[in-house]
Design a protein around this ligand. Structure first.
Ligand code: CA
Length: 226
């Protein structure tokens, strides 16, 4: 799961990024509102943590433009001010949650978990299933009947995306952005390498699920029995 953090206080942004990553999320940081909006509009983020007071564009404007562009990405707004007006304005702009600084890490994590629960496709993420496969989030284990393998972090992220999308094609570019993020210099090649790792593991599991390559488009899962 990929989180976008838009926060201009560099140290706080880094702390939030560490906190999210220690709790199993992938997290990217932007330090101003314009960059935050640009990144959020790519649609690769599952959740956004958005500060209100930001250089270049304030958080309310970012949120209004994001919602105006049709994005439903859940947004948790952060602010140092705790005035009622700000909270009301934030919620009016389409924020899903509002948290006042300073806050405890546990409080932020609870808000993020609540946002995750509101997204139907991200619910029940402890275990994902597709055909004869089962993917366990807590242990990064992929299993098929009695056989199981442990996945690396990147293999897990990729398998999770494929299983969430099932037979829908997911592009190489989306995989690259969702798994390696913006700042990374990973290339298409990385995606191919990890797809081949996953295919070997599916063979090892004797699963009837295949990862199909759709030329010029991307990848999707296929159940060879159906
Ligand atoms: Ca700020």
């Amino acid at each position: 799961m990929r989180v976008l953090i838009v926060e201009d206080e560099v140290r706080l942004a880094a702390t939030l990024q560490d906190l999210m990553e220690m709790n199993g999320y992938n997290a990217d940081v932007c330090h101003d509102g314009e960059a935050g909006l640009d990144n959020a509009l790519t649609g690769i983020y599952d959740i956004m943590i958005l500060d209100v007071m930001l250089p270049k564009m304030d958080g309310f404007t970012v949120l209004k433009r994001l919602r105006g562009a049709g994005s439903a990405t859940p947004v948790l707004m952060l602010t140092a001010r705790d005035q009622l007006n700000d909270r009301v304005e934030g919620l009016d702009c389409g924020a899903d949650y509002y948290l006042t600084k300073p806050f405890e890490p546990q409080e932020l994590l609870a808000c993020v978990r609540a946002l995750v629960r509101r997204q139907p496709e991200l619910r029940n993420t402890e275990e994902l299933t597709y055909a004869d496969l089962r993917l366990e989030k807590n242990t990064f284990t992929l299993s098929c009947e009695a056989r199981s393998v442990r996945l690396s972090r990147k293999e897990f992220d990729m398998m999770e995306l494929l299983m969430l999308n099932r037979e829908l094609v997911i592009t190489k570019e989306t995989l690259l952005l969702k798994i390696w993020g913006y700042e990374s210099d990973a290339e298409d090649n990385n995606v191919e390498v990890y797809i081949s790792f996953l295919r070997k593991k599916l063979d090892h599991l004797h699963s009837r699920v295949k990862i199909r390559t759709i030329r010029m488009a991307g990848y999707c899962l296929a159940d060879s029995d159906s």
